[in-house]
Design a protein around this ligand. Sequence first.
Ligand SMILES: [Zn+2]
Length: 349
Amino acid sequence: MQSNSLRILDTEVPAPKKFELQLEVQKVGICGTDRDIISGFYGEAPQGSEYLVLGHESLSRVSKVGSGVRGFKKGDLVVPTVRRKCYENCLNCKAGESDMCLTGDYSEHGIKGLHGFAREYAISDSRFVVKLPESLSDIGVLLEPLTVVEKGEAQTFRLQLARMKWLPKKALVLGAGPVGLLATAILRLRGLEVDTIATRSEDSPKAKLVKQTGARYINAMETPLNTLEKRYDIVFEITGSPSVGFEAQQLIGVNGVVCFLGIYKSQQDTGDAGKLFTDLVLGNKVFFGSVNANKTYFEKGVKDLLAIRKKWNGFLEKIITRRASYEDFEKAYSPESQEEIKTIIEFRK
Ligand SMILES: [Zn+2]
């Protein structure tokens, strides 16, 4: 993408084809991926289009249904998944796991080859859309970032339980942005003791949200990572910092697992690879990466949004720290302030 070419365009209202839904977009969440696309690091316009509509975190209402659509009607509250199967329809895409696509030739709404949802009316294939209950009409836009956690968590347990008998007790979450906070809540929901570490003060909004779930907040400025007890069963690495990621491996105990969810800038000489590999072998440890999420994680996420809201009143609402109108797009997409957690654009109230 051309860098800094962010603008508002008047476009035609798209009409749904046979299996598609026309969506009346309610809210769109903004994340680092959007800002990276604006900076020109990646992003790819759909074929034949000179621009890409941004927006992969969204919440919409169905406004029109294509002739072949089953199970949706006008007015339904919905969230579309982001990734669509690859052109070759590889083994994993064919099985509904486009998040595990082998070819890399997939498309992603608002990122790669498909327009996103930051528009008044959008289009999605109905087979990649999940319905939400009305009670989530205010915070359902958090479903997409939550699915990143849902996949990481589900794969963590699947991996570990396929390897051995495993009863994890302690988890560490590195980072307290929207995904870190949602990971904290999910791991707490599963009954784990959770420590979440970030660089904000003890009385910051992020720290307060961590504590609301019963997790412990650690200010990394006062308590450096390398002073923590090296006995975690699960570590979720979300900071995207190579040196933090490298240190994460030293924090898990025997049979532990580290799930990497960040995007890391290339960095040489981060640490001692020999020690890392030996620790890995002698401790039966697993490091794995996880990206994107298929529809099953969106369905699971809907249930967990309801469970989180029931257990920790106001937690999800407080993750959304800024609500902008689309006319205010420049401000909304500008780099976030220190205490900001999640900015959303409201297309309709
Ligand atoms: Zn594929």
